[in-house]
Design a protein around this ligand. Structure first.
Ligand code: GCU
Length: 617
């Protein structure tokens, strides 16, 4: 009996811990009203608007709560808070770059937006949708709490009870808190700037009573080592909200003259059918098809590329052909403005620079980037490594922290599971090896595969530098569970000088593809000296010359590299007053878009690798 109870408890726990997001996807194809623009704000480092003077949470209708009206009911009423056009912030956008006093601010800022709304259709349902808020968001409308979300880089939405929405002057308030905590994801310590705020789009979404919440349609996981069939098998699902028995779902791809009607089997209806002969998506020809999904009351569409990806023995196969990933790591930051990246123009800058470098792949570090990045990568034919910020010293012993990581993993995969460009879900970066950590990470890998079994799962693993005199082994126990054995190494920057590379070899006991997910050295643009002088462009270039020469001796399962990093980026950990000044200078570009000497060395290597692999096709 006891065993049954324990099993049931475990099932319950896993169900609870693996958050089932109610995320509405394909937001760009919905009826939405943008709430971007100027919001009024109150800076609240002591969270006076949330707690009373005894530090107890204020009750919902408390007059001093910052989510309640700031207008006194008469001249005698005391109000010690208020929203005013003297104090505004632009949304989307981190607060750090908008006002000099916010550059280092870590705490709470209250955002307020008033909006009118006239429903277009009687009987609609309404949701407030956020592309991302870093880190915790408490959302209120007209004095009522809609919900709370944690996680700085993934979308979320809350339903608005129709009785709450007014035609005039809706009072929308968002409490944003970007303080760091040991038991959050990420934790206290990161090598990036803790940009706070409503950093991505905010939209009011109007939907029918029964609507298509999410759908996924991808080519089926390939038969080991095989290219997709001429008429490939596709599978996925359609998730309905407000499902009514008897509904029928239509899936249509007009360009392929494909149309299929499927009876809805409940909230979740599985899809599995053959597609007509089609052009596969790949990095040379990133073909996208418009896929329409309809029910009697709702219709959405998405642009989807059909391809297969798999780790097969020592190789990675894209549509059954061996792939070499010419990558680069990218932070979601626009360095010349010192701000978080969002929207298509920013995506174009970052992905355009990666293309100029000769990349066919980007590692979007260390958190899910704005949706504009993955959608543009689809259009440009750039492969993507997408990652949740399980970074360094997470509290691996906490089931609550595991639940938070799973929630972000779920939101990342749900938002982007139709993106052909994404070939790798990464569950973390450089996490210190221990049995507790490996169990935690293995649980995330299992969850990623439960959510999507069509892509590779990986993480930046740890290197065993003591495995042999000139052989460094990637024998991290987590390597047993990933599809792609990826690792970060900085031989010649964090360990010895670049000529260390000449006598170093790399290996792994896992019969899996091997990928270098980070390598790099710093240089301040315009600082020229001999190659032994740290922070000179010559040192960084020497580092790349030695590293790329070492790559010629990589074992046969070497399938690619994504050096650290495309552009210099802000970090509170980089405090050399001459060369860094709060910037990590490992970029191939500096913060003004200037290329460093090493850019051309890496570019030449990628041109060589492109020729080598294109001749193999
Ligand atoms: C680490 C880490 C990066 C960091 C980089 C560096 O590998 O993954 O986030 O910025 O090294 O030290 O520059």
């Amino acid at each position: 009996m006891r065993i049954i109870c324990l099993a049931l408890l475990a099932l319950l726990y896993n169900g609870l811990a693996s958050a089932q997001t109610n995320l509405i996807t394909d937001i760009q194809s919905r009826k939405t009203t943008s709430l971007n623009g100027t919001w009024q704000h109150i800076v609240d480092p002591y969270e006076t608007g949330f707690y009373d003077y005894r530090y107890k949470e204020l009750r919902e209708n408390h007059g001093d709560a910052y989510w309640n009206t700031d207008v006194p009911k008469d001249k005698s009423e005391k109000k010690e808070h208020g929203y005013n056009d003297k104090y505004t912030l632009q949304v989307p956008g981190d607060w750090n770059h908008q006002k000099p006093e916010f550059v280092f601010y870590e705490g709470t800022i209250w955002y307020k937006k008033s909006f009118d709304y006239s429903p277009t259709k009687a009987g609609s349902r309404y949701f407030i949708y956020f592309g991302a808020v870093n880190y915790r968001a408490d959302v209120y409308l007209n004095g009522k709490k809609l919900g709370m979300h944690k996680g700085g880089f993934t979308p979320f939405n809350f339903e608005i009870p129709t009785s709450l929405l007014k035609e005039k002057s809706n009072f929308l308030v968002v409490k944003v808190d970007n303080k760091r905590y040991a038991d959050e994801v990420p934790t206290l310590n990161t090598d990036w700037w803790n940009y706070g705020g409503i950093t991505r789009d905010v939209k009011l979404v109007e939907l029918p009573q029964s609507f298509i919440q999410d759908f996924v349609l991808q080519l089926k996981k390939p038969i080991a080592g095989k290219a997709p069939a001429a008429m490939p098998d596709a599978e996925g699902y359609v998730k309905l909200s407000g499902f009514k028995p008897g509904e029928t779902i239509t899936v249509e791809i007009p360009e392929l003259k494909f149309k299929k009607q499927i009876p809805a089997t409940g909230e979740l209806t599985e899809l599995s059918f053959k597609l007509p002969k089609l052009q596969l998506w790949d990095t040379d020809k990133p073909k996208l098809y418009t896929v329409k999904v309809k029910t009697a009351t709702d219709a959405i569409e998405d642009k989807i590329g059909f391809r297969t990806i798999e780790a097969f023995g020592k190789k990675v196969l894209l549509n059954g052909k061996p792939l070499f990933m010419r990558g680069i790591c990218i932070h979601g930051e626009i360095p010349q403005d010192v701000r978080r990246a969002f929207g298509p123009a920013d995506a174009k800058q970052l992905l355009g620079q990666a293309q100029e470098l000769g990349c066919n792949m980007v590692r979007l570090a260390h958190y899910p980037h704005d949706e504009a990045m993955t959608r543009m990568a689809d259009s440009l034919g750039i492969l993507v490594w997408s990652e949740i910020p399980v970074y360094w010293t997470i509290n691996f012993g906490s089931k609550e922290v595991l639940g938070k990581a799973k929630a972000q993993l779920d939101e990342m995969i749900t938002r982007d599971h139709n993106r052909a460009s994404i070939i790798i879900w990464s569950v973390g970066n450089e996490t210190p090896v221990s049995p507790t950590r490996t169990d935690f990470m293995h649980s995330l890998i299992t969850e990623a595969r439960r959510l999507d079994n069509t892509r590779m799962v990986s993480a930046a693993l740890e290197v065993n530098y003591n495995s042999g005199k000139s052989m460094n082994m990637i024998d991290d126990p987590l390597g047993e569970f990933v599809d792609l054995v990826a690792f970060n190494e900085y031989l010649g920057w964090y360990g010895g000088l670049p000529n260390e590379c000449r006598k170093t070899n790399w290996g792994t006991p896992y019969n899996k593809p091997l990928f270098i997910s980070e390598t790099g050295a710093e240089a301040k643009t315009g600082f020229h000296a001999d190659s032994l002088t740290r922070f000179s462009e010559e040192y960084q270039n020497w580092y790349y010359v030695e590293q790329l020469d070492m790559m010629k001796r990589m074992p046969g399962n070497y399938v690619g590299i994504s050096p650290w990093i495309l552009a210099d980026f802000r970090s509170p950990k980089r405090n050399n007053p001459v060369y860094q000044e709060g910037w990590n200078r490992k970029g191939m570009y500096d913060d003004k878009g200037n290329k460093k000497k090493a850019f051309y060395t890496l570019q030449a290597y990628y041109n060589e690798m492109k020729k080598k692999y294109s001749s193999k096709k």
